[in-house]
Design a binder for this molecule. Structure first.
Ligand SMILES: NC(=O)c1ccc[n+]([C@@H]2O[C@H](COP(=O)([O-])OP(=O)(O)OC[C@H]3O[C@@H](n4cnc5c(N)ncnc54)[C@H](O)[C@@H]3O)[C@@H](O)[C@H]2O)c1
Length: 337
């Protein structure tokens, strides 16, 4: 067997990384991909060119074993495992252990094996808007200072700094992607404050009731709350594009890129739901205004400047919320969500 390009994906039982694995197997620019997929919950992906490893990445030996499989040292690492926002807030110690300590160990192991092989391994990291907090300008620019206000955001920022430093030293070839809130997430709600942004679309399309913690009715002023989102379609495209961007294209002093997104409001999301699935679907949204949730959502960026990401070749959603809801409805009808 001739081994082609080897990609290691962590968090591979999670929502996004499991889809990145599928997308890589179909990527025409990675025609001979061999994947090592790993997660603390056994990844279900099975194929001739896939090795699935159940591993707890807080254990250094288990990390090291991912670099010594039959496929050898990976050419690219997608670091996507983690404890999400609400989970990190509720369990500070576990959040730091997984979101910082295990990322640092993975970086060290990537550096060591890259060094032994004389190559600079690509290290793609999924960060997020949670690195921002406190008073923000109307548009987040590449030079907007990240001042996280959560354990999750702080751990993402620490990892970003390490990845930039490892890259500056030539230990790895880092690519740090700050994702907008990704919608519409299928399955069960995630342990994230943003989970309702998917739930208010997903549950009604599945004929179920969803709680909207913003406002007391569709028309209440609170539903004008703005938020910065991207569809799972564009995010998956961009996660693959990230691997193909030549290192020389990034700005010299940082590998951080805010992936393209668009501004929507809770009301626009619900209006899109009504347009795509009618008033009956909207009636399945039950409003239960929650001051805390509203404060947290208000602390997130409403808009970021897409121009740097687009100049690198990343793509953005077109047409706002309606196509996003329509695609999800198609997925529900096809039994995929
Ligand atoms: N979904 C979003 O809107 C969004 C936004 C910004 C950033 N991100 C980032 O994208 C990445 C993927 O997000 P997702 O929504 O698919 O998350 P997810 O919660 O679905 O997946 C995370 C995975 O990490 C695994 N994991 C947790 N602890 C582990 C450990 N000790 N060892 C090994 N694996 C462990 C979990 O089992 C899970 O399968 C994460 O890094 C997340 O921070 C997501």
């Amino acid at each position: 067997m001739t081994i082609g390009e080897v990609v290691l994906l962590t968090g591979a039982s999670g929502w996004l990384a499991s889809r990145v694995a599928d997308a890589l197997l179909k990527d025409p620019l990675t025609p001979n991909a061999f994947l090592i997929v790993t997660d603390i919950a056994k990844p279900r992906l099975e194929a001739d060119n896939v090795i699935a490893v159940q591993a707890d990445l807080t254990d250094n030996d288990q990390i090291d074993s991912l670099f010594t499989t039959a496929y050898g040292v990976p050419d690219t690492v997608y670091c996507m495992h983690g404890i999400m926002s609400r989970g990190s807030e509720d369990n500070f110690d576990l959040g730091l252990k997984v979101n910082v300590d295990s990322v640092r160990s993975l970086l060290e192991t990537t550096r060591k094996h890259g060094n032994l092989k004389g190559k600079s391994i690509k290290f793609i990291f999924t960060s997020g808007l949670a690195v921002y907090g406190g008073p923000l300008p109307p548009i987040v620019e590449p030079d907007t200072s990240p001042t996280p206000q959560s354990a999750y955001g702080t751990s993402k920022l620490i990892s970003e700094l390490l990845i930039n430093e490892y890259t500056r030293r030539g230990f790895i070839d880092g690519r740090i992607l700050r994702l907008p809130t990704v919608i519409v997430r299928p399955g069960q709600p995630a342990a994230a404050t943003s989970a309702f942004l998917s739930a208010i679309i997903r549950e009604p399309l599945k004929g179920e009731v969803a709680i909207c913690p913003i406002g007391n009715s569709f028309d209440s002023p609170q539903t004008e709350l703005k938020t910065w989102v991207a569809s799972s379609k564009s995010i998956l495209q961009n996660l693959i594009i990230a691997k193909h961007i030549p290192a020389s294209k990034f700005t010299p002093h940082t590998r951080v890129v805010c992936l393209p997104g668009f501004t929507t409001t809770v009301r626009e999301m619900l209006e899109a739901l009504r347009q795509v699935s009618g008033p009956e679907a909207l009636r399945r949204v039950v409003f239960r205004d929650d001051e805390t949730d509203r404060r947290i959502v208000r602390s997130w960026p409403e808009k970021a400047d897409n121009s740097y990401a687009l100049s690198l070749g990343f793509v953005k959603d077109e047409g706002g919320m309606v196509p996003v809801v329509r695609r999800f409805k198609d997925d529900v009808q096809a039994g995929l969500a």
